[in-house]
Write a protein that binds this ligand. Structure first.
Ligand code: HEM
Length: 148
């Protein structure tokens, strides 16, 4: 197995955990919690998911950056969103900063103040993180066709 295939396999497993976990949260756990006005359903899921989800995100960042350098070794072009692989990498980095920003906002502001009555702000947060995780997958597939 080549290094590239090993990195890509790890990247796909990490994607399955991160995006799959958020889709289950957004489509199954959150609607039930909103109907029951029971924030503990979301908190319990997050507690079970985080020990696997956060290492998966770290795997995405490490394998993603190493894979990215195999497609374009000019980070300046990533930042400029130069057409092709560089733009796809740049968009991945934008999605990563959005994910980190949302995670910090949840950890520092939403979760500490979470009550059964204050589920709606967390619901919006979960929706945005889930959409961002799906966008990561869609942008990832563009590498097969030359990037963006
Ligand atoms: C949670 C975060 C992420 C998810 C869910 C994700 C998901 C994916 C998926 C599904 C693919 C498609 C693989 C294929 O075509 O078989 C992919 C490819 C790729 N991703 Fe990510 N990704 C994430 C983060 C990142 C980050 C942070 C970077 C780095 C800037 C990155 C760089 C790449 C590259 C370079 C490829 C092309 C790999 C190849 O086809 O050889 N990804 N990603």
């Amino acid at each position: 197995m080549t290094t590239h295939l090993l990195l890509l396999s790890l990247h796909l497993i990490g994607a399955a955990v991160w995006t799959g976990g958020h889709l289950v949260l957004a489509l199954r756990v959150l609607p039930k919690a909103l109907r029951a006005k029971d924030a503990s359903l979301v908190v319990d899921f997050e507690r079970a998911f985080e020990p696997v989800g956060l290492p998966a995100l770290l795997v995405q960042v490490v394998t993603g950056l190493v894979l990215a350098l195999q497609y374009s070794d000019a980070p300046a072009q990533w930042v400029e969103l130069a057409p092709g692989f560089s733009r796809a990498i740049g968009v991945k980095l934008i999605l990563l900063f959005i994910t980190i920003g949302l995670a910090l906002h949840a950890r520092l502001r939403l979760i500490p103040r979470l009550t059964d009555e204050r589920l709606v702000p967390l619901a919006w947060h979960i929706g945005l993180v889930t959409l961002t995780s799906v966008a990561f997958v869609i942008v990832g597939t563009t590498f097969r066709v030359g990037g963006l």
